[in-house]
Design a protein around this ligand. Structure first.
Ligand SMILES: [Zn+2]
Length: 269
């Protein structure tokens, strides 16, 4: 059976509290042998680390999500550095920028938007610094009209760290610019959606050694589970769609994506 990794899941979310050991068993039965649980703030990151300590196949990423950046302490680099030292913390994130849901979309004003953007940028900058210091790469979230700004903030760190542009949906122009910065991209269950032809065109254009697979569970379940709770076993459906799009075998995709993940997450064993 071809083996794959789920490089991005939120296993600490309450959605999984009742049946996480079963979820991990189902993943293993489907050939999904490594699960990377992504922190969204310091508490969530600490929970991800606890899961990594409890389950052999689980690894953790520690960081602060841009959508929660307004709650972040002014400076959380000390706490993040401490988490980064853990032997199973394999990257920093998820971090980045999100201009998709700014306050003005729900009655706020321009000053509110500016405040949120500034806090996101501060949190992102601190995470890039800690990643560079600790020799880890970054899991990057970028959504809304902030792709240029996301890359602009990453540019000074090129050569010291790489990013993975998670839940990547294209277009190919953004793929080209991400690859130029030595970043990777990772694809979710969206690649299986009927209306996602543009995403599949981006998958087809991505070099086989620059992509990883992820669920973003509990979100974005692939077909035929669309709309239901997503879980790591469904990487199998994502892998099938990506292999078909790239016209390669599951074994080739397995070898390429697992090698890429081990290089990107140096502590992933
Ligand atoms: Zn995520």
């Amino acid at each position: 059976m071809a083996v794959f990794f789920d490089t991005h899941a939120h296993l600490d979310y309450p959605d999984f509290a009742a049946d996480l050991p079963h979820l991990i068993e189902r993943a293993a039965a489907a050939g999904i042998t490594r699960l990377v649980s992504i922190g969204t703030d310091l508490e969530s990151s600490a929970r991800a680390v606890a899961l990594a300590e409890r389950f052999d196949s689980v690894f953790a990423v520690a960081g602060w999500h841009p959508n929660d950046a307004v709650r972040a302490p002014k400076d959380f680099r000390t706490e993040l550095r401490a988490l980064a030292q853990h032997p199973k913390v394999v990257a920093i994130g998820e971090t980045g920028l999100d201009y998709f849901r700014l306050p003005s979309a729900s009655g706020g004003n321009a000053a509110d938007d500016a405040h949120v953007k500034a806090r996101q940028a501060e949190a992102f900058q601190q995470q890039l610094e800690v990643a560079a210091e600790t020799g880890l790469n970054c899991v990057i979230h970028t959504r809304g009209e902030c792709f240029d700004e996301t890359l602009r903030m990453m540019e000074p760190f090129a050569g010291r760290l790489r990013g993975v542009l998670h839940c990547f949906v294209g277009p190919q122009e953004r793929l080209r610019r991400g690859l130029e910065l030595h970043s990777l991209v990772s694809f979710t269950g969206i690649v299986t959606f009927k209306n996602a032809a543009e995403v599949r065109a981006t998958v087809a254009a991505t070099p086989l050694d620059r992509l990883m697979l992820e669920t973003d569970a509990p979100f974005l379940a692939p077909m035929p589970y669309r709309g239901k709770r997503c879980e790591s076993a469904y990487v199998k459906e994502i892998a099938a769609a990506v292999a078909q799009t790239k016209n390669c075998s599951l074994d080739e995709l397995s070898a390429a994506t697992c090698r890429t993940a081990r290089e990107f997450f140096p502590k992933l064993r």
